[in-house]
Design a protein around this ligand. Structure first.
Ligand code: TXA
Ligand code: MG
Length: 341
């Protein structure tokens, strides 16, 4: 029975056509890791620069092991604790993984997505799938099949509709480097709903000791993951973050003063600048970080579709809590401007 629902998508993947896959985080734009042309087509279709590596999606730990040089016990523990789920592990790659996937890096990012349809698709296809988020480079990630359909034509991308994404923001990316001794260095390269505390706890629960077996390095300033680019996730109209109380009138005045002074392009992402600044649409998110993550990208898309010139999100003290950190990361990168008194 499992053959029929996936057959058209498997044929597409075999032919080298891109398939949008549902995951618990955001929809991915997938191709076989062994098809060079299809991989190149991912970059072309997304208008993504080749310096931005792709994440490989697997349906089993065995598949993941074949993609890396060394699969340390700590990676096994993390995979058992969090997979399928929103954690990408970055490890030294094996020969199987092409430079096109890793942008020439010696490491590869791997995760097992928590979505039945996609796990079954990968299993039936029999090969891991490379997939970035299914949006144009630098723009808002898709959390519904319709978001993907709005951005790409059906001739170029087939969409496997798996409903709304349950988490809503991209996976946590964890760099794992095995040094000379027993100590494994860990580094969060992109924040997500799984934080350092949870990772530490999962490891200590499984007998690994902090400082003896693993140690967290602070997030690097140097660009190792384009999730760390200054601008990313940007909606089609400028998003303005406002700290504290500020009337719409003041916001408009301040934006007018500043937005035209900004560059047109930042890190290969073009800033959208409105011709006039009259109508504001307010972006609203639930105070609960888990719910807000699920709403975030759809809400940014909704607001940008309303006839308006700019989007505004008000930052308050209620957002200054650890659970909101990955959301604030996305909001700051999606924003064209931040205003405060
Ligand atoms: O939740 C997710 O991770 C989603 C779903 C589709 O799985 N994927 C996703 O892919 O967000 P993308 O391409 O939009 O972001 C992947 C990030 C990029 O910023 C990329 O640079 C980083 O992962 N990445 C991939 N391989 C890496 C590596 N070897 N070293 C450092 N960063 C890496
Ligand atoms: Mg992305």
């Amino acid at each position: 029975m499992s053959e029929t629902p996936f057959q058209p998508f498997i044929e597409d993947l075999r032919k080298g056509k891109l398939v949008a896959i549902p995951t618990e985080t955001v929809y991915g734009l997938a191709a076989s890791i062994f098809q060079t042309e299809a991989l190149q087509n991912i970059f072309k279709t997304k208008r993504r620069p080749f310096f931005d590596p792709l994440i490989v999606h697997v349906s089993s730990i065995e598949q993941a092991k074949a993609l890396v040089k060394v699969w340390p016990p700590l990676a096994q523990a993390l995979a058992e604790a969090f997979w399928p789920g929103p954690l990408t592990l970055v490890l030294e790659k094996s020969e199987k993984v092409s430079d096109l996937i890793t942008s020439g890096l010696s490491t590869v990012g791997i995760r097992m997505p928590r979505h039945d349809l996609t796990l079954k698709l990968i299993e039936a296809f029999g090969e891991p799938l490379a997939a970035p988020s299914a949006n144009l480079f630098g723009r808002t990630s898709p959390t519904l099949a319709k978001h993907v359909r709005e951005e790409f034509s059906p001739e170029v991308v087939s969409v496997l509709d798996g409903g709304p994404c349950q988490i809503g923001i991209e996976s946590t990316i964890l760099g794992i480097s095995v040094g000379e001794g027993a100590l494994v260095n860990l580094q969060i390269l992109r924040q997500g709903m799984i934080g350092e505390m949870e990772i530490s706890k999962a490891l200590t629960d499984r007998g690994f000791q902090d400082s003896r077996d693993f140690s967290f390095k602070p997030a690097q300033k140097k660009l190792v993951a384009p999730g760390q680019l200054q601008h990313h996730y940007m909606p089609s109209k400028p998003l303005i973050l406002v700290s504290g109380d500020m009337s719409f009138e003041t916001v408009k005045k301040r934006v007018k003063e500043r937005i035209y002074e900004l560059p047109d392009m930042v890190e290969e992402v073009s800033l959208v600048k409105p011709e006039r600044i009259e109508k504001i649409e307010r972006v609203e998110l639930n105070i609960d970080a888990g719910i807000a993550a699920r709403e975030l990208y759809a809400e940014l898309r909704r607001a940008a579709e309303i006839p308006c010139d700019i989007l505004v999100f008000y930052l308050g003290p209620e957002h200054q809590v650890p659970e909101w950190q990955p959301l604030l990361d996305r909001l700051y990168k999606a924003a064209s401007l931040t205003l405060s008194y």
